[in-house]
Design a protein around this ligand. Structure first.
Ligand code: MTE
Ligand code: MO
Length: 530
């Protein structure tokens, strides 16, 4: 740590105040950028404002509204920004005494902002990220802007016109100005990018709300929702609502695509290349089906799996229009943001419901799940089949192509693995001794689940009761809910599940990690009874 005189000239104090405000402004810009990119609802400044409103005694609030009328909100938000600037200025001035001051002041404001953001109704832990990023950016900017002042000897203060020349106050002043320019530019860029990301999102959200598709919401087969009574204790609904559907992709910013501009190109080893617009697909015959989608990165017992009613156009029909050449064995899918995956041609041309989906649970795809169009292929992991924001299908040969995840060591073929999961009871639960309900889901898309068994404390396997699945083609493409009852005397217990699919194969007990082609092993949950 540098020894600091603590006695700044008036000019230097003014410089510190300006630099402190600049760092605070950059912090707000970074916070807003992070909020926009992650599409978080909670604005940190607004969250603090709402906290202030909630904590202001009613009489005082009325008095304030009497005084300022409808200016109350802009004044409140402006006041918060002013406080942020003030703290920034103070931190920069006090930094002359000790580097602890900026950390304490900025850190304290960061903690307050975080608490306010997390206190908003429906806030998730991610809503703390903008404040955290803003706080870090703030401290970084302060260090960058003030360090030239601290390394210069007191006689070489930038305000000291007598000392010019190499390594003197003149060069310190230049360094400070250059850095201030850089911080200001970075702040402006962050603010501009944040704004344009928000704007693009708003525009496409508005367009999406106007889209009308002949898609239905789908009705779960009678008896599929076997675990309704267990929702409170951890069971999932048979249909996964879009908001709760797991999301996996490499997109830092969700692509915002105007369906009017969107095109799907089908080319490669085909008789004739075709290009389709959104309306072309929306007016074709829609195929609708229940399909469970899961991720290769889902660990045993994990929740990267969901079941929805998808509406779209059969890929087989589109490929037939283009006319696939006989030497092809793969289709390379590309998204608007450049992500790729290669899918076995047979999975797209056999009788399964491989879809270019436009709707999920009866609504146009949510932006996060691929609006305006995505692929869904029953029986394959998402990383080899489920391209969101789809723009290109190239009929090709596996020998010719590499795709995003296969280049990174994941298997070329990605058939889903037969899997079962215990949702009830939750691990670590304490229950009354006696009969205990064990329940969960099992899936083996496009093969189907034949039976699910549970065992308590390594005892004999007991068959679970299975919920219904759809009938007809596609009956094997969804997960199935199951439940069983075991008798658990007082003590600690371990319950294990395993599924057998309709091809007759039972899940192996061998525990394997998700790389390169999906986890294996039995899911186990511990609980106690008393
Ligand atoms: N464009 C794009 N599509 C993608 C991905 C991606 O990173 N980018 N990830 C895939 C993976 S690994 C999975 S598991 C599924 C997840 O789909 P979901 O987010 O709608 O659940 O999308 C697939 N489609
Ligand atoms: Mo995935």
């Amino acid at each position: 740590m540098h020894a600091r005189s603590g006695k700044d000239s008036p000019a230097l104090v003014v410089a510190r105040i300006l630099l402190g405000c600049l760092a605070a402004g950059a912090a707000l810009a970074v916070a807003e950028l992070v909020r926009a990119v992650l599409h978080l609802r909670v604005h940190p400044v607004a969250a603090v404002g709402e906290e202030v409103v909630e904590r202001t005694p009613g009489a005082l609030a009325e008095l304030a509204i009497d005084l300022v009328g409808t200016w109350d909100k802009p004044l409140l938000l402006g006041g918060i920004v002013a406080v942020v600037a003030l703290v920034g200025a103070l931190a920069a001035v006090l930094a002359a005494r000790s580097a602890v001051w900026p950390a304490v002041l900025v850190g304290a404001l960061g903690v307050l902002g975080t608490l306010a953001a997390l206190a908003r109704p429906g806030a998730a832990s991610a809503d703390a990220l903008p404040v955290v990023a803003g706080t870090l950016a703030w401290l970084l900017a302060l260090a960058l802007l003030l360090s030239p002042l601290h390394t210069a000897r007191p006689s070489e203060e930038p305000g000291d016109a007598a000392a010019e020349g190499p390594g003197s106050g003149g060069s310190t002043r230049r360094t400070v100005l250059v850095r201030a320019g850089a911080v200001a530019a970075a702040g402006l860029v962050a603010a501009a990018v944040g704004r344009s990301v928000s704007r693009a999102r708003e525009v496409v959200e508005a367009t999406r709300r106007l889209v009308r598709l002949p898609a239905t919401r789908g009705t779960p087969p009678p008896g599929a929702d076997l675990l309704r009574d267990l929702r409170e204790v951890g069971a999932q609904p048979w249909r996964t609502p879009a908001d709760d559907f797991y999301r996996i992709d490499t997109a830092l910013v969700v692509p915002t695509i105007d369906p009017e501009q969107w095109q799907l190109r089908i080319h490669g080893l085909v008789e004739r290349e075709i290009v389709l617009g959104y309306d072309d697909l929306a007016t074709m015959e829609l195929t609708q089906a229940w399909i469970t989608l899961c991720c290769v990165s889902n660990p045993v017992g994990g929740d990267l799996v969901g079941n929805a009613w998808w509406s779209g156009v059969r890929v087989a029909d589109l490929l037939a229009r283009a006319g696939v050449r006989p030497d092809a064995d793969a289709v390379l899918q590309t998204s608007q943001d450049g992500w790729t995956c290669a899918t076995p041609l047979t999975a797209l041309t056999d009788d399964r419901n491989a879809l270019v989906a436009l709707a999920m649970n009866g609504e146009p795809l949510p932006l996060e799940h691929g609006f305006p169009a995505r692929m869904v292929v029953p029986g394959l992991f998402g990383y080899v089949s489920a391209t969101k924001w789809l723009v290109d299908l190239e009929v090709t040969r596996f020998a010719e192509v590499e795709a995003y995840w296969t280049e990174r060591g994941w298997a070329e073929e990605g058939p889903v693995r037969t899997m079962s999961r215990i949702d009830v009871p939750r691990s670590g639960t304490d229950l009354p001794a006696g009969p205990v309900t064990i329940a969960g889901v099992a899936w083996a898309q496009h093969t189907g689940i034949d039976r699910v068994e549970v065992r308590l404390d390594g005892g004999p396997w007991v068959a679970a009761r299975l919920g219904a699945v759809p009938t007809g083609p596609g009956r094997d493409d969804t997960w199935v809910q199951w439940r069983a009852e075991v008798d658990a005397p007082a003590g600690d217990h371990l319950v294990t599940v395993r599924a057998t699919d309709r091809s007759g194969s039972t899940q192996t007990s061998v525990r394997r990690d998700v790389v390169p082609d999906g986890a294996t092993g039995w899911h186990e949950v511990d609980f106690s009874t008393s």
